[in-house]
Design a protein around this ligand. Structure first.
Ligand code: NAP
Ligand code: ZN
Ligand code: ZN
Length: 350
């Protein structure tokens, strides 16, 4: 297969800093589009993968899965995009397209396993996938979404992972008027969850370990803020229909299951590397559920972008240049970001 030399920013090991490197992108096939990457968010999943928290990282790794850019080339059979269009790419760049879940637009549950945009074996084209910390990407048009022209471009990028990852379960568990929704953690996912659950009409309570973020949560749209390290505040907060857990590290799940109403659900989207322990008594009493949710499909990613455009929702970001990425990763590890780093990829070209 013909390839294109592409500038990227990645690392050769879990402990080495990220640096400039060259990768090969495939030349566009008939259903592919080529996208000049303008902005890419930094998700905690990028950090988990770079540091090999979950095991199985392929090095060199080029992370990045909240990609916003402009189409620069289209294959001869492409129908959905033309050169010059804005385009977005999230986590999914391929799936079997034949199983029940692919047919239902839930490629993230593809029975044959879907291909992640970075650090995955590319079953169809060979090699390992490289993500958005790079100057361009080639993707089959079926896995590319349209970006609304109405919102601030860099602040849209986090919708491609953080936004869809919280929108999908909030919708699935019917967040809306009359529902009490809890959000644990005010990071990239959590701050988008506050905005989206509020726009859906829910009464939103957030649980945070950070006093500084507690002071900011109402500005983000929360109705109620609980400092989770304060046992009195935890005891006195309203019972929840659903709690969305966005925490990236090991924490006490049972403390939150205790805050659910009868029939309530605690839904995990955070992916700590460590095992979590759940008390059987805590879910049996009150017929509670403990569940999880993985990003969202391509159609639903388009849906959340449109939803955010209608409700004027974007991420609160710190826009950085490529040379600030290593500092940003260190700060992300400490929870020191309000609330998403986004890389301006123009800085990679210079
Ligand atoms: P993030 O920006 O780092 O936010 C995580 C938040 O969790 C922190 O800001 C902090 O909030 C809280 N937190 C961190 N360590 C904690 C601890 N030890 N105890 C209690 N709270 C703690 O990360 P993110 O990008 O939002 O991602 C969150 C998690 O979701 C990651 O594990 C990521 O891999 C995962 N993820 C999953 C999916 C999926 O499809 N399921 C998609 C994307 C990301 P406070 O300061 O407010 O306490
Ligand atoms: Zn992500
Ligand atoms: Zn499938």
């Amino acid at each position: 297969m013909n390839t294109n030399n592409t500038k990227a920013f990645g690392t050769q090991s879990a402990t080495a800093p990220l640096e400039k490197l060259n990768i090969q992108r495939r030349e566009i096939l008939s259903n592919d589009v080529q996208i000049e990457i303008l902005y890419c968010g930094i998700c905690h999943s990028d950090l988990h993968a770079i540091r090999n928290d979950w095991g199985g990282t392929f090095y060199p790794i080029v992370a990045g899965h909240e990609i916003v850019g402009r189409i620069t080339n289209v294959g001869k059979s492409v129908t959905k995009f033309k050169v010059g269009d804005l385009a977005g790419v999230g986590c999914i760049v391929d799936s079997c397209r034949e199983c029940e879940h692919c047919h239902e637009g839930e490629e993230q549950y593809c029975e044959s396993g879907w291909t992640v945009v970075f650090n995955a074996i590319d079953k169809k084209h060979g090699g390992v996938t490289y993500g958005g910390f790079s100057e361009n990407i080639v993707v089959n048009e079926n896995y590319v979404v349209h970006i609304p022209e109405t919102l601030d471009l860099p602040s849209i990028a986090p919708i491609l992972c953080a936004g869809i990852t919280v929108y999908s379960p909030l919708k699935h568990w019917k967040a809306g008027a009359g529902k009490n929704i809890g959000i644990i953690g005010i990071g990239g996912l959590g701050h988008m969850a506050i905005k989206i659950a509020k726009a859906m009409g829910a009464y939103v309570t957030v649980y945070t370990t950070s006093q500084a973020k507690a002071d900011d949560a109402k500005r983000l749209g929360a109705d109620n803020v609980v400092l989770s390290t304060d046992t009195e505040q935890m005891k006195n907060c309203p019972k929840q229909d659903m709690i969305l857990d966005t925490v990236s590290a090991k924490h006490d799940i049972n403390a939150y299951i205790s805050l659910l109403k009868t029939d309530g659900s605690l839904v995990m989207v955070g992916l700590p590397a460590e095992q979590l322990e759940i008390s059987a008594f805590n879910i049996v009493h009150g017929r509670k559920s403990f569940s999880g949710s993985n990003i969202g499909g391509i159609a639903e990613t388009q849906e959340v972008l449109n939803f955010c455009s209608e409700h004027n929702i974007t991420a609160d970001i710190e826009l950085i240049g490529i040379n600030q990425v290593n500092d940003a990763l260190e700060r992300l590890e400490k929870g020191d970001v309000k609330y998403r780093f986004v890389i301006d990829l123009a800085s990679l070209k210079n």
